[in-house]
Design a protein around this ligand. Structure first.
Ligand code: NAP
Length: 345
């Protein structure tokens, strides 16, 4: 297939001839190209960094939030937050499969979750029904278009679809944790009480084994209690991840000054780069999953304190990441129960 259609460059409107993610505006008009997939969208899951920013901007007003989200989608042809640069993902039912779409095993009527960011997914909304201020999930009427290059997953039939939507949005984090973490390591997870944080904890606690150490850092007291109850970390520190001194003191005292082999940053607010770096030992890995992380703050933060750590940008994609995460959840019943209570319909 011509790369232009495979990657969806034909949908970029402003400017033209660029990939759809960096394009300011996409053209979501119908009909679909034969290389595309058309989806009747049921719900969007707004990326946590984006949702936190939008809630702050609109002062948690549902009316203003509805207006703002409608306006972004109308103007950009995609749900691409211009401030945070992040998107989220969607669930919906396949309406039409283009006859050149790369995966011809998929059929109209199947329910799927897109595993590609809303920042590059052509989207048109006719109605926003309901916004859940706690979870960032939005029930909508509208349609979206996937390119042949866009990963997606058929929704599992043994799980509430809103739970699947919540966890699939962040499924890159536990999948990457499975690749990076080794037995006996010390691992710190910042923002440990959120979706990606809890899934990462579940993965990491399996991987480090009996002689490893898992330290969860979360600022919200209730979530700290929840993490304790879920039994997914050896230590839970109630600390502010934007305060590097507090994080360093806690991690240092829990590890006798050795610090972490790997730190996962799963926080949804800015200003946590330095905490991730100071929590990690020399030549350790800092995995920056958070979309609120800034390259300059991370790079200059490490340089500024003379710390030789490997700074990794959290790639949201890893082969098999969706299945891996759904399986992880099935095998961690207490976490599945927690997610079902929090995100289930
Ligand atoms: P989430 O469910 O909202 O979790 C974020 C957690 O961080 C929450 O428990 C939050 O607590 C906690 N937190 C907030 N401020 C904190 C602070 N100062 N100190 C310690 N903890 C703090 O978010 P998520 O969906 O897991 O996403 C996490 C991050 O990953 C976001 O930035 C999101 O944009 C990003 N993301 C990245 C990718 C990728 O491909 N790399 C994909 C999806 C999402 P409260 O609830 O009390 O605020």
């Amino acid at each position: 297939m011509v790369p232009h259609y495979y990657y969806g460059l034909h949908r970029s409107l402003k400017p033209t001839h660029v990939f759809p993610q960096p394009a300011w505006t996409l053209n979501p008009s119908l009909p679909i190209h034969p290389s595309e997939l058309l989806i009747d969208v049921e719900a969007l899951h707004i990326d946590s960094a984006s949702f936190a920013q939008l809630k702050q901007e609109t002062n948690n007003s549902l009316d203003l939030l509805t207006e703002k989200i409608g306006q972004i989608v109308q103007e950009r042809g995609k749900m691409h937050n211009p401030i945070t640069g992040s998107g989220g993902m969607l669930i919906g039912m396949i309406k039409q499969v283009g006859d050149q779409f790369i995966d011809q095993s998929i059929r109209a009527g199947q329910k799927i979750a897109s595993l590609v960011s809303l920042t590059l997914t052509p989207l048109s909304l006719s109605n926003i029904h309901h916004i859940d201020l706690t979870t960032g999930q939005i029930n909508v009427d509208g349609y979206a278009i996937l390119f042949s290059s866009s990963p997606f997953a058929v929704l599992p039939d043994d799980m509430d679809q809103h739970v699947a939507l919540a966890v699939l949005d962040v499924c890159g984090a536990p999948a990457q944790a499975a690749r990076l973490v080794e037995a006996n390591q010390v691992v710190v997870v910042l923002g440990a009480g959120g979706k990606s944080g809890l899934l990462t904890l579940a993965e990491v606690s399996r991987k480090v084994g009996d002689n490893g150490l898992v330290i969860a850092v979360e600022q919200n007291m209730d979530l700290c209690d929840q993490i304790e109850n879920l039994g997914l970390a050896h230590h839970v520190c109630c600390a502010d991840a934007t305060d590097p001194v507090a994080v360093l003191e806690k991690v240092s005292s829990l590890t006798d000054g050795k610090l972490a082999d790997i730190t996962f940053n799963c926080v949804n607010v800015p200003g946590t780069e330095l905490s991730s770096i100071v929590a990690t030992k020399e030549e350790g890995i800092v995995y920056l999953f958070s979309m609120a992380v800034q390259f300059t703050a991370a790079a200059l933060g490490a340089e500024g304190i003379g710390k030789d750590v490997q700074l990794m940008i959290g790639n949201g994609y890893a082969p098999g990441h969706a299945n891996h995460t759904i399986e992880l959840l099935r095998n961690t019943p207490q976490l599945l129960e927690f997610f079902t209570k929090k995100y289930g319909s």
